[in-house]
Design a protein around this ligand. Sequence first.
Ligand code: ATR
Length: 277
Amino acid sequence: MARFTVFGNPVQHSLSPFIHSLFAQQLHVKDLEYTRSLTSPAQFAAAVAEFFRCGGAGANVTVPFKTAAAQLVTHQTDRAARAGAVNTLIPLGHGQILGDNTDGYGLVADLKRQLELSSLIGIHAVILGAGGAARGVLGPLCEAGVERIILANRTLPKAQELVRANSDLPLAYASWQDLDGLSAHDYIVINATSASLHKASLPLSNALLSKSRLCYDMMYAKTPTQFIQQARTAGATACADGLGMLVEQAALAFALWHTGQLPETDEVLRTVRAKLL
Ligand code: ATR
């Protein structure tokens, strides 16, 4: 039996075990167990070490441990290093662990689905937020062809700092008010704040949201998130939550752990959405 788990807090709500069981069925991967591991900041490193000492074959890491995971791995991929966060752990043997980050890939894959595009070349993106969720997706978005990213954050110095730390990427920062001056260029708006968790609306103009080709919330919920409600009220026609990103990041983790083959995600996403409702 190959054992996998997701470390988080809270973690009871995690859909990862269900998603990975659907991938396993699809690709005929047998004898797989995927559990949820609730842990605390103080216990996280020991829990990971114990899991792999007992033969664990791979693990995901979710909120709030992604940054801590980046600090405990012995090796990490370039994309994880840029993100400063790890969501996928791959044991290399002899206590060595490779940390990867599949979140950015997941966002890119879902944006392509939503926009019905095979590449994001030329797209301009407004990213709301400058925390870990935003930092994790900057590199993958630019690698996928995004031409320019404008980062807006409630605490502007955090957006400025993120722009400085990624000076090789086509980034700029803006205040919420500056976004009103956005030109008519085709753009998408991605919410990477945690405001939807607190049911808080963002101080954005209706025009910014209604003219956006897509309003995307990296969060997801059973009912439309606060950001999606705000975007729809503002007149946005295309909106999506982050459930597709969740399924896509899981697909890449599955490929990394198993066959190297990416599972098909469209049907899995429909099944996961139906389970969430
Ligand atoms: P994560 O790792 O999920 O990105 P984080 O690092 O705590 O979490 O960052 C949360 C982000 O959501 C930040 O950009 C935060 O803005 P500040 O930097 O100003 O704190 C943003 N955020 C959270 N609640 C918000 C709200 N009610 N309005 C606007 N931005 C909010």
